[in-house]
Design a binder for this molecule. Structure first.
Ligand code: SIN
Length: 519
């Protein structure tokens, strides 16, 4: 028998946006947080660099605004960027007042780091290069004794429940394979991004585009899905990616070099090694395709082990001798700028369904996210949403009666996860073209009946649901990439090379995926 629960708000995901929203909402509502693995497993926990905010005396939110717009190729939603950079400092100070510790110098002043495409030092960090982990642990500690927030781990959300364009909860599968229903007045998607769709990624292996797929099946609009950010520097050992080497390393002076020691970024961009990520990633990709091996030269960084303890551990575990001063790197999928279309309060096109964090697209990141703006985005827009929901009337919540949740299901024929990742890396990766994108689309479509609603979670295993979600998310990204016949930020089409375009004069065209079928 299907078990049923009722709550005010259910949040899908356990990254920084989910945890901040849960805490803010708990003053007014009962909240359930659902995560498909352990609550500590998220991209937020893995974030090394830090949180960007204009808190220095000589900085101003308008500088942060400009850097965000330039990195985003002016594809950004200006109002969302303004909210991000204006509310950021205030909300970080509130976290500090509640006990969050960012790294300080010997005089007790917060130390500010430098990262790519920032015009000045404005990155707050914690534990050297363990900022995300410190923030997530800080929030989890605060929630530990909070009676209004229940965190449920190892539970897969298999579908959003939607009736007449109104979301009224979720259907989940527990580790014991039981299907349960959680009815909620409001549902918040905070399920993270999609980096795990690619063979090379910095993301937690659990992050494979589930949120996009859930939203699509629920009938929510999706936008800007073609914009995928590739981080330039992932540790590369024995043909495999082993983890992230933070951009903060280049912020402290490291440079990209070839095997014979030539500087890779000289003459490519005025900001050289600290150029926007899409530019650096493409340059490394070009060199790798030409048979070069690329390294980060860290020899000039004093006290590397002290400043970057996480990266030091990662390198040592993988047999890299840091005294040599060279770390082998390749680019890999890191962040999804596109996602579920939302306004600044996280509202999607489906009533009572909200999205925050990486799965959402407010347009704040444009075509390419500025470094260390993602934890900030999670904190700012989770707070905006929680403030919006806190004062909503809650008496009009009714569970639709006599609604059949069963779907006719055809037998699914599914590929291996690694096959999907390889196709995405090869054809929908750092450099794309029409022919390759069509190969990827056709390959994906042999497994998906996009027009048929043939997905029935009851009969599928966790693994099958995960693969189906990957296929659907991959198809959505691929078809969006086919629609955008220009190169911009994280979406680079070799058949439409970006000449010296003045993006400030370029009209923003947003590719919106309106689902062909709705739940
Ligand atoms: C990094 O530390 O390089 C990643 C931080 C980010 O993606 O903002």
């Amino acid at each position: 028998m299907t078990k049923k629960h009722i709550t005010d708000v259910v949040i899908i995901g356990s990254g920084i946006a989910a945890l901040v929203a849960a805490e803010c909402l708990s003053y007014h509502k009962n909240v359930i947080v659902i995560t498909k693995s352990k609550k500590e497993n998220s991209n937020s926990s893995r974030a090394q660099g830090g949180v960007a905010a204009a808190i220095a005396r000589n900085d101003h939110w308008s500088n942060h605004f400009t850097d965000t717009m330039v990195a985003g190729n002016f594809h950004n939603d200006e109002d969302a960027v303004e909210t991000l950079v204006q509310r950021g400092p205030e909300l970080l100070r509130a976290l500090i007042d509640r006990g969050m510790c960012f790294d300080k110098d010997e005089k007790g002043r917060i130390v500010l780091g430098q990262e790519g495409a920032h015009s000045m030092r404005r990155i707050l960090h914690a534990g050297g290069d363990a900022t995300g982990k410190a923030l997530v642990n800080f929030m989890l500690n605060r929630l530990r004794t909070n009676q209004k927030v229940k965190i449920i781990e190892n539970t897969l959300v298999v579908d959003l429940l939607v009736d007449e364009n109104r979301c009224f909860g979720i259907k989940v599968k527990t580790n014991s394979r039981r299907t349960e229903t959680i009815y909620s007045r409001d549902t918040i998607l905070a399920a993270g991004g999609s980096g795990g769709l690619y063979s090379f990624t910095s993301n937690d292996p659990t992050v494979t585009g589930d949120g996009i797929s859930l939203a699509y099946r629920a009938g929510a609009n999706l936008v800007d899905l073609e914009f995928v950010q590739f981080h330039p520097t992932l540790l590369y050992v024995s043909g495999e990616v082993k983890g992230l080497i933070s951009e903060a390393v280049r912020g402290e002076g490291a440079v990209l070099i070839t095997k014979n020691g030539s500087r890779l970024m000289s003459g490519v961009h005025p900001q050289e090694d600290l150029a926007p990520r899409d530019i650096v990633a493409r340059e490394i990709n070009r060199a790798v395709l030409n048979g070069e091996q690329i390294f980060l030269d860290i020899s000039m960084i004093k006290d590397f082990k002290k400043r970057f303890p996480t990266i030091t551990g990662l390198c040592e575990e993988n047999g890299i001798d840091l005294t040599v001063g060279k770390i082998p790197v390749v680019p890999g999928a890191h962040f999804h700028m596109g996602g579920v279309e939302v306004n600044q309060q996280g509202q999607t096109s489906v009533e009572h369904l909200y999205a925050i964090g990486e799965v959402a697209c407010t347009g704040v990141h444009g075509a390419n996210r500025l470094a260390s703006n993602s934890l900030l985005e999670g904190i700012v827009f989770a707070t905006e949403l929680a403030e919006h929901l806190a004062f909503e009337r809650s008496e009009d919540f009714e569970i639709p009666m006599n609604r059949s949740e069963d779907k006719a299901c055809k037998e699914l024929h599914l590929p291996e996860k690694e096959e999907i990742k390889a196709v995405m890396m090869k054809y929908v990766g750092i450099v794309r073209d029409e022919a390759g994108l069509k190969i990827a689309r056709d390959w994906l479509e042999q497994y998906l009946s996009i027009e048929d609603n043939n997905f029935d979670p009851e009969t599928l295993t966790h693994e099958q649901i995960g693969v189906y979600n990957m296929l659907q998310a991959a198809w959505l990204i691929t078809t969006s990439a086919l629609m955008r016949d220009e190169s911009r930020g994280g979406h680079y089409r070799s058949d439409f090379p970006a000449e010296k375009i003045d993006w400030t004069k370029n009209k923003i065209i947003r590719n919106c995926h309106v689902p062909a079928h709705t739940a």
